[in-house]
Design a protein around this ligand. Structure first.
Ligand code: IMP
Length: 480
């Protein structure tokens, strides 16, 4: 493997040129990985980026490694060769036998023998790694190590430039302002390769970014079936949301493929019972997007209601029961009711009339995904302070839980004496974030509901009942 200074010099020239090009992060890193592996006459190279919380490493560029190896799961920074992230150069002579290797059986299947890893250091701190792999057992020379460290320095500049670009794109300033006022954690700034297999995946990633929910794209493949020692079938969910420990698979393909996906998912759940995975089919996903005015459902012209789900009388009966429970739980205390405009107006008006407590009232307004902001934005904040108050957050409907999760973290930063949630409707089947709900009116089916304050594109709020939109209003046959 010994290489002359000259070959390393020309490789560095190529790498520097591509690093300074206008290509995407993934393409730059793939090209750097290829030039590096070739210059070192190695069989594979992988460039990894460390997330800001320094919890896991994601692949941003690779050469010569199979999908199986690359998608063997998010590498946990604590477990996967932690010495590299402490700034050390790590050499592994036999990857299949070395305890430091996180997935030795996969390394074995790949025929990987030796590994050389160096840190990518930005301002003295590890922000990533480069790993070089060889099939034959190999000893690396000082010149090899020094070359790889120079490539790592170039990668550091590439990462920092890409991160800057990403931050600018995500409306960093808006996020900073919000973070300072509400103590909500900053936007995820892990470098993410942005070539999605399908445009809907990009839309979904945008939606998650909007809610400041960190995500990884296709981070892990789950072997489902083996033939002898070989893996014969695998399943790679589209997204992993580390904060929620949730995998999300989007099924925007033809619905007849859904059966196959469901089969794989069942198998995955059997083999990996600890894995939390949700399947969002096209219908789910379009409904989610439609809520924010996106996608084909968002463009549908709404004309009517399919059926009434809860009559006015039934809603009123349920509200009286809820109000009795709340009045009992807060007996002897003052209660501050907070609602988010505008969907909650009917429910709030009826609920407060049945509370036998001294009550004050305040409202907030927020902009949803698709507005001019990049993230949830409070467009109208509370008039009064909630510090030291018993606060009851009153909601019309909790769907994915993302809005409520955001609002609760905003409110709790102001130190209320207590903070609970009362929602008229709970669309539990579609929950992505587990938010605590203290008082629930009805658990609704997974349908788009309108009326009694809830709208579709601004209409139907004035209906005295809650109904389901007519399916014929949905243009696209496939999504029904
Ligand atoms: P979440 O953040 O996904 O929980 O969404 C909550 C908000 O989405 C609610 O406050 C509603 O404004 C809206 N929403 C969710 N599902 C429906 C529905 O079925 N009909 C009308 N609006 C809905």
């Amino acid at each position: 493997m010994g290489r002359t200074r000259r070959s390393y010099y020309s490789a560095l020239k190529r790498i520097t040129k591509v690093a300074n090009s206008a290509l995407s992060l993934r393409r730059i890193c793939n090209s750097v990985a290829k030039s590096t592996a070739k210059a070192m006459q190695a069989n594979g190279c992988r460039i990894l980026s460390l997330n800001p919380q320094k919890e896991y490493l994601i692949t941003v560029g690779a050469y010569g490694l199979s999908d199986l190896y690359l998608k063997k799961g998010p590498l946990e920074a604590r477990k996967s060769l932690p010495d590299i992230l402490e700034g050390k150069v790590v050499f592994i002579a036999d990857a299949a036998k070395d305890e430091r290797v996180q997935h030795p059986q996969i390394a074995l299947a790949q025929g990987i023998s030796s590994l050389l890893g160096v840190p990518v250091l930005g301002k003295g701190e590890a922000i990533g790694e480069i790993r070089i792999y060889t099939r034959e057992p190999h000893q690396f020379s000082e010149a090899d190590k020094s070359f790889l460290l120079s490539v790592a320095d170039i990668c550091a500049v590439v990462f920092e430039r890409a991160e800057l670009h990403q931050l600018l794109e995500q409306g960093y300033k808006a996020n900073e302002r919000r973070r300072k006022s509400s103590q909500v954690s900053p936007l995820p700034t892990t470098l993410k390769p942005t070539s999605f297999a399908h445009p809907s995946e990009e839309d979904f990633a945008g939606l998650l970014d909007f809610y400041c929910i960190e995500w990884l794209y296709e981070p892990r493949s789950f072997p489902l079936r083996w033939e002898g020692d070989k893996i014969a079938e695998m399943f790679t969910p589209d997204f992993y949301l580390p904060e929620l420990d949730l995998y999300v698979e989007l099924t925007t393909l033809k619905q007849n493929l859904l059966t196959e996906k469901n089969r794989k998912l069942r198998q995955l759940r059997e083999l990996y019972p600890e894995v939390n995975i949700r399947l969002l089919n096209k219908n789910d996903f379009l409904k989610l997007l439609a809520k924010y005015g996106y996608g084909p459902l968002g463009e549908a012209k709404v004309e009517g209601i399919d059926r009434v789900l809860y009559s006015h009388a039934k809603i009123q009966r349920r509200i009286r029961t809820l109000a009795r429970r709340i009045s009992r739980d807060y007996a002897g205390q003052r209660l501050m009711l907070i609602g988010i405009l505008k969907g909650v107006v009917c429910f709030m008006a009826d609920l407060m009339q049945h509370l036998s407590l001294p009550v004050t009232l305040d409202f907030m307004a927020i902009s949803y995904y698709g507005g001019d902001g990049q993230v949830v934005k409070i467009t109208r904040d509370l008039d009064s302070s909630i510090t030291g108050q018993h606060v009851l957050m009153v909601e019309d409907i909790v769907d994915t839980g993302m809005t409520l999760n955001y609002i609760l973290s905003h409110l709790s930063a102001h130190n209320p004496a207590s903070l609970r949630v009362c929602t008229l409707l709970d669309k539990r089947a579609r929950r992505l974030i587990n938010v605590p709900l203290d008082y629930v009116g009805f658990e609704v089916p997974d349908e788009f509901v309108v009326g009694y304050g809830l709208d579709y594109k601004g209409e139907y709020r004035n209906l005295p009942f809650i109904g389901i939109l007519h399916p014929e209003l949905i243009k696209d046959e496939e999504v029904r």
